[in-house]
Ligand binder design. Structure first.
Ligand code: GTP
Ligand code: MG
Length: 222
Protein backbone atom coordinates (compact mmCIF):
# COMPACT_ATOMS: atom_id res chain seq x y z
CA UNK A 1 0.00 0.00 0.00
CA UNK A 2 2.82 2.38 0.97
CA UNK A 3 4.54 1.81 -2.37
CA UNK A 4 1.51 2.94 -4.36
CA UNK A 5 1.12 6.16 -2.33
CA UNK A 6 4.77 7.17 -2.63
CA UNK A 7 4.69 6.59 -6.37
CA UNK A 8 1.67 8.83 -6.76
CA UNK A 9 3.26 11.66 -4.72
CA UNK A 10 6.45 11.65 -6.80
CA UNK A 11 4.47 11.80 -10.03
CA UNK A 12 2.25 14.67 -8.95
CA UNK A 13 5.21 16.73 -7.67
CA UNK A 14 6.87 16.23 -11.05
CA UNK A 15 3.70 17.33 -12.82
CA UNK A 16 3.52 20.50 -10.71
CA UNK A 17 7.06 21.50 -11.64
CA UNK A 18 6.41 20.59 -15.28
CA UNK A 19 3.43 22.94 -15.29
CA UNK A 20 5.52 25.72 -13.72
CA UNK A 21 8.25 25.22 -16.36
CA UNK A 22 5.77 25.24 -19.24
CA UNK A 23 4.16 28.45 -17.90
CA UNK A 24 7.53 30.19 -17.66
CA UNK A 25 8.44 29.12 -21.21
CA UNK A 26 5.04 30.22 -22.54
CA UNK A 27 5.25 33.63 -20.83
CA UNK A 28 8.68 34.25 -22.34
CA UNK A 29 7.75 32.61 -25.70
CA UNK A 30 10.74 30.28 -25.65
CA UNK A 31 10.97 26.92 -27.41
CA UNK A 32 12.20 24.04 -25.25
CA UNK A 33 12.97 20.62 -26.75
CA UNK A 34 13.77 17.51 -24.73
CA UNK A 35 16.25 15.25 -26.56
CA UNK A 36 16.04 11.56 -25.68
CA UNK A 37 17.98 8.52 -26.91
CA UNK A 38 20.11 5.56 -25.91
CA UNK A 39 23.63 6.40 -24.68
CA UNK A 40 25.97 7.36 -27.50
CA UNK A 41 23.47 7.88 -30.34
CA UNK A 42 24.99 11.33 -30.91
CA UNK A 43 22.89 13.85 -28.91
CA UNK A 44 25.79 16.07 -27.83
CA UNK A 45 27.40 15.93 -31.29
CA UNK A 46 24.08 16.97 -32.88
CA UNK A 47 23.77 19.81 -30.37
CA UNK A 48 27.30 21.20 -30.81
CA UNK A 49 26.96 21.16 -34.61
CA UNK A 50 23.46 22.70 -34.49
CA UNK A 51 24.57 25.47 -32.10
CA UNK A 52 27.62 26.33 -34.21
CA UNK A 53 25.79 26.30 -37.55
CA UNK A 54 22.76 28.28 -36.32
CA UNK A 55 24.64 30.74 -34.11
CA UNK A 56 23.76 33.77 -36.25
CA UNK A 57 20.05 32.86 -36.45
CA UNK A 58 18.96 31.18 -33.21
CA UNK A 59 20.32 31.73 -29.71
CA UNK A 60 20.50 28.31 -28.10
CA UNK A 61 21.02 27.31 -24.46
CA UNK A 62 21.39 23.75 -23.16
CA UNK A 63 20.50 21.81 -20.03
CA UNK A 64 22.70 18.71 -19.88
CA UNK A 65 21.56 15.65 -17.96
CA UNK A 66 24.03 12.90 -17.10
CA UNK A 67 24.35 10.38 -14.32
CA UNK A 68 27.92 11.59 -13.68
CA UNK A 69 30.52 14.06 -15.06
CA UNK A 70 30.31 17.42 -16.80
CA UNK A 71 31.95 16.14 -19.98
CA UNK A 72 28.95 17.02 -22.17
CA UNK A 73 28.59 20.49 -20.62
CA UNK A 74 32.26 21.12 -21.44
CA UNK A 75 31.60 20.22 -25.09
CA UNK A 76 28.63 22.61 -25.20
CA UNK A 77 30.61 25.34 -23.41
CA UNK A 78 33.26 25.12 -26.12
CA UNK A 79 30.64 26.41 -28.61
CA UNK A 80 30.11 29.44 -26.28
CA UNK A 81 26.45 28.54 -25.70
CA UNK A 82 25.17 28.87 -22.12
CA UNK A 83 24.87 25.47 -20.46
CA UNK A 84 23.83 23.99 -17.12
CA UNK A 85 24.99 20.48 -16.22
CA UNK A 86 22.78 18.35 -13.96
CA UNK A 87 24.14 15.12 -12.48
CA UNK A 88 21.35 12.75 -11.50
CA UNK A 89 23.70 10.59 -9.40
CA UNK A 90 22.22 7.31 -10.56
CA UNK A 91 18.71 8.31 -11.69
CA UNK A 92 17.95 7.31 -15.29
CA UNK A 93 16.04 10.50 -16.21
CA UNK A 94 15.81 14.23 -15.49
CA UNK A 95 12.98 15.55 -13.31
CA UNK A 96 10.90 18.69 -13.84
CA UNK A 97 12.22 20.07 -10.51
CA UNK A 98 15.78 19.83 -11.83
CA UNK A 99 14.74 21.64 -15.02
CA UNK A 100 13.06 24.35 -12.96
CA UNK A 101 16.34 24.98 -11.09
CA UNK A 102 18.32 24.99 -14.34
CA UNK A 103 15.93 27.49 -15.97
CA UNK A 104 16.55 29.87 -13.04
CA UNK A 105 20.27 29.74 -13.82
CA UNK A 106 20.13 30.06 -17.61
CA UNK A 107 19.82 33.50 -19.28
CA UNK A 108 16.40 32.45 -20.62
CA UNK A 109 15.35 35.94 -21.76
CA UNK A 110 18.40 36.12 -24.10
CA UNK A 111 17.65 32.74 -25.73
CA UNK A 112 15.32 31.55 -28.50
CA UNK A 113 15.64 27.84 -27.91
CA UNK A 114 16.55 25.67 -24.92
CA UNK A 115 17.59 22.09 -25.54
CA UNK A 116 17.45 19.55 -22.75
CA UNK A 117 19.80 16.62 -23.34
CA UNK A 118 18.23 13.94 -21.18
CA UNK A 119 20.12 11.06 -19.57
CA UNK A 120 21.02 8.45 -22.21
CA UNK A 121 18.14 6.00 -21.97
CA UNK A 122 15.29 5.19 -24.36
CA UNK A 123 12.79 4.22 -21.65
CA UNK A 124 12.72 6.18 -18.33
CA UNK A 125 12.94 9.77 -19.70
CA UNK A 126 9.83 9.24 -21.82
CA UNK A 127 7.71 8.82 -18.66
CA UNK A 128 8.65 12.19 -17.09
CA UNK A 129 7.20 15.39 -18.53
CA UNK A 130 9.52 18.35 -17.94
CA UNK A 131 7.29 21.16 -19.20
CA UNK A 132 8.99 21.12 -22.60
CA UNK A 133 7.28 21.99 -25.90
CA UNK A 134 8.28 18.71 -27.46
CA UNK A 135 10.47 15.66 -27.35
CA UNK A 136 13.07 14.79 -29.99
CA UNK A 137 14.05 11.13 -30.19
CA UNK A 138 17.44 10.24 -31.66
CA UNK A 139 18.18 6.77 -33.05
CA UNK A 140 21.56 5.99 -34.57
CA UNK A 141 21.82 3.43 -37.34
CA UNK A 142 24.23 1.34 -35.25
CA UNK A 143 21.44 0.54 -32.77
CA UNK A 144 19.28 -1.49 -35.17
CA UNK A 145 16.09 -0.84 -37.11
CA UNK A 146 13.79 -2.65 -34.65
CA UNK A 147 13.92 0.08 -31.99
CA UNK A 148 10.62 1.92 -32.75
CA UNK A 149 8.81 -1.44 -32.56
CA UNK A 150 10.56 -2.48 -29.33
CA UNK A 151 10.52 0.89 -27.50
CA UNK A 152 7.30 2.42 -28.84
CA UNK A 153 6.49 5.00 -26.15
CA UNK A 154 9.19 7.53 -26.93
CA UNK A 155 8.55 7.28 -30.69
CA UNK A 156 4.81 7.76 -30.09
CA UNK A 157 5.42 10.87 -27.93
CA UNK A 158 8.08 12.68 -29.97
CA UNK A 159 7.62 15.60 -32.33
CA UNK A 160 10.66 14.58 -34.38
CA UNK A 161 12.90 11.59 -34.97
CA UNK A 162 16.55 12.14 -35.89
CA UNK A 163 18.05 9.04 -37.53
CA UNK A 164 21.72 9.77 -36.87
CA UNK A 165 25.03 8.39 -38.14
CA UNK A 166 23.74 7.76 -41.67
CA UNK A 167 27.39 8.03 -42.78
CA UNK A 168 27.76 4.54 -41.27
CA UNK A 169 25.04 3.00 -43.47
CA UNK A 170 27.65 2.05 -46.04
CA UNK A 171 29.48 -0.01 -43.42
CA UNK A 172 26.42 -1.47 -41.73
CA UNK A 173 24.52 -2.20 -44.95
CA UNK A 174 20.93 -1.46 -45.94
CA UNK A 175 19.85 -4.96 -44.93
CA UNK A 176 21.03 -4.60 -41.34
CA UNK A 177 19.49 -1.17 -40.97
CA UNK A 178 16.39 -0.71 -43.11
CA UNK A 179 15.71 3.02 -42.85
CA UNK A 180 12.32 2.61 -44.54
CA UNK A 181 11.28 0.12 -41.85
CA UNK A 182 12.24 2.64 -39.13
CA UNK A 183 10.23 5.40 -40.82
CA UNK A 184 7.19 3.15 -41.33
CA UNK A 185 7.26 1.81 -37.76
CA UNK A 186 7.66 5.31 -36.29
CA UNK A 187 4.78 6.66 -38.43
CA UNK A 188 2.58 3.73 -37.40
CA UNK A 189 3.02 4.89 -33.80
CA UNK A 190 2.89 8.61 -34.54
CA UNK A 191 1.35 9.83 -37.78
CA UNK A 192 2.68 13.38 -37.50
CA UNK A 193 6.26 12.65 -36.48
CA UNK A 194 8.89 14.59 -38.46
CA UNK A 195 11.78 12.35 -39.56
CA UNK A 196 15.26 13.63 -40.38
CA UNK A 197 17.99 11.18 -41.49
CA UNK A 198 21.23 12.98 -40.57
CA UNK A 199 24.92 12.64 -39.94
CA UNK A 200 26.10 14.97 -37.18
CA UNK A 201 29.61 14.01 -38.24
CA UNK A 202 29.49 14.89 -41.96
CA UNK A 203 26.59 17.36 -41.81
CA UNK A 204 24.45 15.40 -44.29
CA UNK A 205 20.73 16.07 -43.80
CA UNK A 206 21.27 18.77 -41.16
CA UNK A 207 19.77 21.60 -43.26
CA UNK A 208 16.28 20.09 -43.14
CA UNK A 209 16.58 19.74 -39.34
CA UNK A 210 17.66 23.40 -39.07
CA UNK A 211 14.77 24.57 -41.28
CA UNK A 212 12.33 22.71 -39.04
CA UNK A 213 13.90 24.22 -35.88
CA UNK A 214 13.63 27.73 -37.34
CA UNK A 215 9.93 27.14 -38.14
CA UNK A 216 9.26 25.87 -34.60
CA UNK A 217 10.99 28.88 -33.02
CA UNK A 218 8.88 31.19 -35.20
CA UNK A 219 5.64 29.39 -34.23
CA UNK A 220 6.36 29.87 -30.52
CA UNK A 221 6.95 33.60 -31.00
CA UNK A 222 3.55 34.16 -32.68
N1 GTP B 1 30.09 8.09 -37.53
C1 GTP B 1 29.40 8.94 -36.78
N2 GTP B 1 29.69 9.09 -35.48
C2 GTP B 1 28.96 9.95 -34.75
C3 GTP B 1 27.91 10.73 -35.31
N3 GTP B 1 27.36 11.47 -34.32
C4 GTP B 1 28.05 11.19 -33.21
N4 GTP B 1 29.01 10.28 -33.45
C5 GTP B 1 29.98 9.69 -32.50
O1 GTP B 1 29.26 8.89 -31.58
C6 GTP B 1 29.88 8.94 -30.29
C7 GTP B 1 28.85 9.35 -29.24
O2 GTP B 1 28.43 10.67 -29.53
P1 GTP B 1 27.80 11.64 -28.42
O3 GTP B 1 27.43 12.89 -29.12
O4 GTP B 1 28.69 11.72 -27.24
O5 GTP B 1 26.51 10.81 -28.02
P2 GTP B 1 25.43 11.11 -26.85
O6 GTP B 1 24.12 10.62 -27.33
O7 GTP B 1 25.51 12.54 -26.47
O8 GTP B 1 26.00 10.19 -25.67
P3 GTP B 1 25.53 10.20 -24.12
O9 GTP B 1 25.45 11.64 -23.67
O10 GTP B 1 26.61 9.46 -23.43
O11 GTP B 1 24.20 9.50 -24.07
C8 GTP B 1 31.04 9.93 -30.42
O12 GTP B 1 32.22 9.19 -30.62
C9 GTP B 1 30.68 10.73 -31.64
O13 GTP B 1 31.81 11.27 -32.31
C10 GTP B 1 27.63 10.57 -36.70
O14 GTP B 1 26.74 11.18 -37.30
N5 GTP B 1 28.40 9.65 -37.37
MG1 MG C 1 25.78 13.40 -24.60
Amino acid sequence: MYKVNVGKKILSANEEYALKNSQLLAEQKKLCLNMISSPGSGKTTILTRTISELKDEIKIGVIEGDIQTDLDAARIRATKAPVIQINTDGACHLSAAQISGALENLPVSDLDLIFIENVGNLVCPSAFELGENGKIVVLSVAEGDDKPAKYPVIFAKSKALLINKIDLLEVIGQVDFDIERVKADARKLNKGIEIFPISAKTGEGMTDWYDWLKKEVKKIRM
